[in-house]
Design a protein around this ligand. Structure first.
Ligand SMILES: NC(=O)C1=CN([C@@H]2O[C@H](COP(=O)(O)OP(=O)(O)OC[C@H]3O[C@@H](n4cnc5c(N)ncnc54)[C@H](OP(=O)(O)O)[C@@H]3O)[C@@H](O)[C@H]2O)C=CC1
Ligand SMILES: O=C(O)C1=N[C@H](C(=O)O)C[C@H](O)C1
Length: 240
């Protein structure tokens, strides 16, 4: 994602790519500097966009808050401790966190917020996410986002059941099943299934390429840089 984002930045008339950060900067032959540590850069920047790895989060937040730079965090696989760190940092800088930068997924999430309560009666909820065979975290950050939205709409009454398996796992009505598929080059597919006795509703989003996430991260960044310090999600960016 880092490389795709950099291509979008280099092609953009509205952004200037100042530097990249990677734990192994020697592997790049780029048109811009790549550092192991952001502090190696002597100068000022207006925005940070992070698609990396949870192990990078602490260093990223330290730099962003010290230098007072608006920051977009797209990395997934984060724990509750990571989220606490992010929310504390957002008291000092504008900070957008979203496990899925695409407009489409965030519209889907908004539909779930609106309709999950009415669909809770008589419908079983299952989420299936599919991604490429290089993805390290499972389930996807987006699957958690969607499951949490449904759960919140149902007053936190649901339990998450991950990848049901075995001979004694009869479904109960208060569970959201969450299932992961990994293979090939799937850019990202999320399906939310509401299965009733007489009808089934499936809401599905497919990312047709990873360019989607880079494109929409830049779109969101343009909104974030004008915001005061605070914690933002895509709902705030698009007024969903
Ligand atoms: N919010 C969204 O819309 C989206 C989020 N993502 C998320 O973005 C993240 C990156 O995805 P993707 O690019 O596909 O993953 P990759 O595994 O391909 O890339 C991760 C990159 O981060 C680097 N890295 C690992 N640890 C550190 C560190 N401590 N400091 C600096 N760099 C580090 C890796 O370096 P090395 O190769 O040397 O290990 C690698 O270049 C994932 O969490 C993914 O889920 C992805 C797509 C969309
Ligand atoms: O790793 C990926 O590729 C993606 N990760 C995000 C996630 O975990 O939800 C978003 C997107 O689906 C692609």
């Amino acid at each position: 994602m880092g490389q795709i984002l950099c291509r979008h930045l280099l092609e953009s008339q509205e952004f200037e790519l100042v530097f990249g950060v990677d734990k192994d900067p020697t592997k790049y032959e780029n048109q811009f500097p790549v550092f192991k540590n952001a502090y190696e850069f002597q100068g000022e920047i207006d925005l940070i966009i992070d698609f990396s790895h949870y192990s990078n989060l602490e260093a990223l937040i330290e730099y962003a808050t010290e230098k007072k730079v608006p920051t977009v965090i797209a990395t997934t696989g984060l724990t509750e401790n990571h989220m606490d760190l992010i929310k504390r940092a957002a008291k000092k800088i504008p900070l957008l966190y979203s496990p899925n930068m695409s407009l489409g997924i965030n519209i889907l999430n908004s539909i779930l917020r609106q309709y999950s309560r009415v669909l809770s009666d008589g419908f079983d909820v299952e989420i299936v996410e599919k991604h490429h065979n290089k993805k390290i975290d499972a389930p996807s950050g987006t699957a958690y986002l969607l499951a949490n939205t449904i759960n919140q709409a149902l007053d936190d009454s649901m339990e998450f059941n991950f990848g049901r398996v075995g001979t004694d796992c009869l479904r109960n009505e208060n569970e959201i099943g969450i299932h992961t598929v990994r293979g090939g080059s799937i850019s990202g597919e999320h399906t939310v299934i509401f299965a009733g006795e007489q009808e089934i509703i499936e809401i599905k989003h497919t990312a047709l390429s990873k360019d989607l996430f880079a494109h929409d991260a830049l779109r969101a960044s343009k909104v974030l840089v004008k915001k005061p310090k605070g914690y933002y999600t895509m709902d705030d960016i698009y007024n969903l």
